[in-house]
Ligand binder design. Structure first.
Ligand code: FPP
Length: 226
């Protein structure tokens, strides 16, 4: 029996180094990274087993980057999501976000909301972008919601009040050679299989993704059992 891959999570890392190695500005690396987002998302939409793809696009710590880079990332995000609406519809992709959207501009928030609404009945794949996301922040906000709802604190109630209905990730991939979780999906990663590759995100190909998935399928998952 091979493992089922329903929820794939990815920390997209290495855009800056990819650009630097080519003597380009970091922003060019992010631009190239958008193409990889497209490739990987469409691959996942074609795979009948994969239901959810969660991508770490902007962390609560990314605000520490130079203002120009933050502004550029915001601009790129807004443009990507707006242009992507047609592809989301074409490929049956439902768009969702996790993270605290309150610091973003009205324009970006409007685009996010409109895209969520437009795609909400699509069933082929749910693409979740983690935006201004930090796992500790998500867990704290969930516990607050549990208390506000007057519910008992339990794994089930905390899981239910996370930013999206709780689903464990089956496989996490991080690109660019770093081997850290960086405050991503801590609750949802408790029993997740981890895969690290040295490839920078803009160079990450569908062939490499397929090979990582094949390796994941052959692993023995124990979930604490023997
Ligand atoms: C990591 O590279 C990447 C990010 C901080 C953001 C991810 C953004 C994209 C892939 C492009 C925009 C995304 C969407 C969904 C439109 P890094 O800058 O940390 O690279 P480095 O570690 O080499 O400096």
């Amino acid at each position: 029996m091979s493992n089922t891959l329903q929820h794939l999570a990815i920390i997209m890392d290495g855009n800056g180094r990819w650009a630097k190695e080519r003597g380009l500005r970091r922003t060019k690396g992010h631009e190239a990274g958008v193409e990889t987002v497209r490739r990987v998302t469409e691959y996942c939409a074609e795979d009948p087993e994969i239901e959810t793809l969660t991508l770490y696009a902007f962390s609560t710590e990314n605000w520490k980057r130079p203002r120009m880079e933050v502004d550029y990332l915001m601009h790129l995000l807004e443009k990507y999501i707006r242009l992507e609406q047609e592809r989301y519809m074409e490929h049956g992709i439902r768009f969702e976000t996790i993270g605290d959207l309150s610091p973003f501009s009205d324009k970006l928030r409007r685009t996010l909301k409109a895209t969520r609404e437009l795609t909400r009945n699509n069933r082929q794949l749910t693409q979740i972008l983690a935006l201004n996301y930090g796992a500790r922040d998500e867990i704290v906000r969930s516990v607050r919601r549990v208390l506000e709802a007057g519910e008992e604190i339990s794994e089930a109630s905390i899981g239910r009040h996370l930013d999206t209905p709780y689903t464990d990730a089956d496989l996490l991939i991080r690109t660019s050679g770093e081997q850290r979780l960086s405050n991503f999906l801590l609750w949802q990663l408790s029993y997740t299989e981890l895969a690290f590759t040295d490839t920078y995100w803009p160079d990450f190909s569908v062939e490499e993704l397929r090979s990582i998935i094949d390796d994941f399928k052959a692993r023995q998952r124990k979930f604490g059992g023997i």
